[in-house]
Design a protein around this ligand. Structure first.
Ligand SMILES: [Zn+2]
Length: 352
């Protein structure tokens, strides 16, 4: 398995996010990646830097031009406001949404950076700072490098990505996410494989990824996560979201009740893997989040370190070319060990 990490991902340093109405220091810190790379190196894995000359069109395949322009140039325009905060935080929101079928929005009429912040930033967990764009593009390139190595013949590759990506919609940042790394990697895989599946095992529903592929049949999306009735991202992730149009039947959500542990998660994973086999995908991408761990500050599940080893083991049993893209996981003391456990489980099962 090849592993990729780009140090430019460390430049983005969001100051705060809002949880239950309180602004608190952001949990999505650059140290997350530093700890993971340290743990991987200690476990004798070689971590490579991705190439940085991937065509920009690969990102444009997933995200709208107006949104990308906002992420790239918004901070400079925001900084020209009278007495602005050091990072873009929205204070207005439009009424218009994208509709139940997730058709893309047209873009805002207003040019003000305040209006654009409200339009393109979905919540208070995705402030845009001076270095956000640079790090988000570096994260996308890290996922692209992993995908490229897999369609060039590597059995599997792991992308140490941050900021994470699975809450990013085609035209909206949310939940610490700006560019949808796994979706960008999936588009890059498609010319090489007829059908691909994206499995999302982060504790939060991958609402951004779901919406990007909701009407597509060749990309199946399967997510195991906490029941969103009382948990972020609240507005999608329910079991009756099956996909639409050509994508009908290619979307599967498996919500878990708070308090669920390894056995419940692995049961749900059995169902997820059965659905992926039935879709006859030729390659797999996995949004790997570690925030379901019993001691993660955002977790209401009880997954253990050994649980992550068993999840890695079960995913490898699909025997598909596999791109592993890192998403959440916020306990700095345990994140690296959980990544190493997952990769260890995956590698051991791959050899059998
Ligand atoms: Zn998460």
């Amino acid at each position: 398995m090849r592993l990729f990490f780009c140090p430019e991902q460390l430049a983005h340093r969001p100051a705060q996010f809002m949880i239950a109405g309180r602004l608190v220091p952001s949990l999505e810190a650059p140290e997350r990646c530093e700890r993971v790379v340290e743990s991987l190196t200690r476990a004798s894995y070689k971590v490579e830097q991705p190439r940085r000359d991937f065509p920009f069109e690969l990102i444009e395949q997933v995200h709208s031009p107006g949104y990308l322009e906002f992420l790239r140039g918004g901070w400079e325009r925001w900084s020209a406001l009278k007495n602005p905060s050091p990072e873009i935080v929205p204070n207005v929101h439009p009424y218009r949404g994208s509709g139940d079928d997730f058709t893309p929005r047209k873009g805002p009429r207003a040019a003000s950076p305040v209006a654009q912040a409200g339009y393109y930033l979905g919540d208070l967990a995705c402030p845009v700072g001076e270095h956000t764009w640079r790090s988000a593009v570096a994260a996308a390139h890290t996922a692209l490098a992993a995908a490229e190595s897999v369609f060039a013949g590597e059995h599997a590759a792991y992308a140490v990505c941050r900021p994470p990506g699975h809450h990013a919609q085609a035209d909206r940042a949310a939940g610490f996410c700006y560019l949808n790394n796994v979706a960008i990697a999936a588009e890059f895989m498609l010319p090489h494989f007829k059908r691909v599946a994206i499995l999302d095992v982060d504790t939060h529903h991958g609402d951004g990824t779901q919406s990007i592929f909701y009407r597509r049949g060749e990309v199946q999306f399967v997510s195991i996560h906490v029941d969103p009735t009382n948990y972020y991202p609240f507005f999608s992730g329910y079991a009756d979201e099956y996909g639409a149009g050509e994508g009908e039947g290619a979307n599967l959500n498996i919500p878990l009740q708070p308090g669920s542990g390894d056995a419940d998660f692995l049961d749900a994973l059995d169902d997820a893997l059965e659905a992926i086999r039935a879709h006859r995908s030729e390659a797999l991408l996995v949004s790997v989040g570690f925030d379901a761990h019993e001691r993660d500050p955002l977790s209401v599940l009880k997954i253990t370190n050994d649980g992550y080893r068993r999840i890695g083991d079960a995913v490898a049993a699909l025997k598909l070319p596999t791109v592993l893209v890192q998403e959440g996981g916020y306990n700095l003391d345990l994140l690296g060990a959980n990544v190493v456990a997952f990769i260890g489980g995956f590698n051991l099962a791959s050899r059998m």
